[in-house]
Design a protein. Structure first.
Length: 243
């Protein structure tokens, strides 16, 4: 299977625009979806309720990952960004406190959109796989972190496991792709989901990218249910300045 990363990821925001209105309903059919996002938010390991902290949710989509951050750190300031106009419209239509703001931007264009660090923590859920340059994307996120601050990558990764690849393919073709077609009338986004996960980094390669980008204490934490071995939280911290 050939996956043209530059071409296919360039089309992702438009694909999400098309399916934005049904997105929450579809992911709601996935057991554990929101609980897993909350788990990744908690794995940032930030103190207390987040008072005085500034957090970034990049690739926020319809705001489900933003909600996970808010529930975990209710006193933090949260900036949430996404490249899809329609996904952001779904997010903004929900009720939010004044401490949450949304920004329309690709992850690689955050500075141009006025999103500047330092952040005390970043959650990137289902983002890196959709970037045209994963290495540059990780480096960009690291640059937005305060020294010592964590990045939690919540992502599919099956490349290192034949079993995980088989389970992923079976679930996609038996459930995800047919359900996407039934709900939206077009399964293109969900076929892309299947392909993009198979083409994405294994955990060894991804943790290596994060370490080379200047993150330390990089480690992987699992999910449960059918997504064990398929969805993971990969956490790393920006290196502290040395004197």
């Amino acid at each position: 299977m050939i996956f043209d990363r530059a071409r296919e990821t360039a089309e992702v925001p438009a694909a999400f625009d098309q399916d934005a209105s049904s997105y929450d309903r579809l992911v709601g059919a996935n057991p554990g979806y929101f609980d897993h996002l909350r788990r990744s938010a908690a794995r940032l390991g930030l103190p207390g309720r987040g008072a005085g902290l500034r957090l970034l949710d990049v690739g926020c989509g319809t705001g489900l990952s933003t909600q996970a951050l808010l529930e975990t750190y209710p006193e933090a300031e949260i900036v949430a960004a996404d490249a899809s106009v329609e996904m952001l419209a779904q997010a903004r239509a929900k009720a939010w406190p004044s401490t949450v703001c949304f920004v329309h931007s690709r992850a690689e264009d955050l500075a141009a959109a006025g999103v500047d660090g330092p952040f005390d923590g970043i959650l990137a859920a289902y983002l890196l796989r959709n970037l045209p340059d994963v290495t540059a994307g990780v480096a960009g996120l690291r640059g937005l972190l305060a020294p010592g601050a964590p990045l939690a990558v919540h992502e599919y990764s099956v490349a290192d496991s034949t079993y995980a690849k088989a389970v992923w393919t079976a679930v996609c073709w038996a459930i995800v792709i047919p359900l996407g077609r039934r709900v939206t009338g077009d399964a293109s986004l969900y076929r892309y989901l299947w392909r993009s996960v198979l083409a994405f980094d294994g955990l060894t390669r991804l943790t290596g990218r994060m370490t080379r980008a200047g993150l330390e204490h990089v480690h992987v934490e699992p999910m449960d249910g059918w997504q064990r071995g398929i969805v993971h939280t990969i956490v790393g911290h920006r290196r502290r300045r040395t004197s």
